[in-house]
Design a binder for this molecule. Structure first.
Ligand code: CU
Length: 150
């Protein structure tokens, strides 16, 4: 009978340990469950940096996350091509990026970089990702920076 009390204590300790492990595991699973299932979709400027001072001729490198680049023409979900808008207003989701405009540049072959030549002064560069028919994906796939051209 002297051994009875320690046995109970050991049993309780094991239950407590098991409960702790279960709780820890559940907490971990819950944390992972809170992460978005889909990678966040975005476009961004790799080059130049926001606020950069650049020469009149400068390189622009366009970045993309969570989408795939595809040349213009074919409509495939989660694909599209870059557009670069120079000192222009944003294009709302579903609206077509104008063609034949010197300030609405299409990269319909799937290009991810270009060279711009701008007049000295401050300019706004806007990246807009759009689908195979040049229809804007809207704000979620848009990014703007300001550059100072020497
Ligand atoms: Cu286009």
């Amino acid at each position: 009978m002297k051994n009875y009390a320690p046995k109970v204590t050991l049993k309780h300790a094991l239950i407590l340990l098991a409960t702790t492990l279960l709780f820890t595991t559940s907490t971990s699973v819950f944390s992972y469950g809170n992460k978005p299932a889909k990678a966040k979709q975005s476009v961004y400027f790799i080059e130049p940096a926001d606020g950069a001072t650049v020469g009149q001729e400068f390189k622009v490198v366009m970045g993309l996350k969570g989408m795939t680049i595809k040349p213009a023409g074919e409509m495939v979900e989660n694909t599209g091509h870059h557009h670069l808008l120079v000192d222009e207003e944003p294009i709302a989701e579903g609206e077509v990026v104008p063609a034949g405009s010197p300030t609405h540049l299409h990269f319909g072959k799937g290009q991810t970089e270009t060279t711009l030549t701008l007049e000295p002064g401050q300019h706004t560069l806007m990246l807009q990702f759009a689908d195979g028919a040049h229809q804007s994906y809207g704000e979620k796939l848009r990014a703007s920076i300001t550059v100072n051209v020497k």
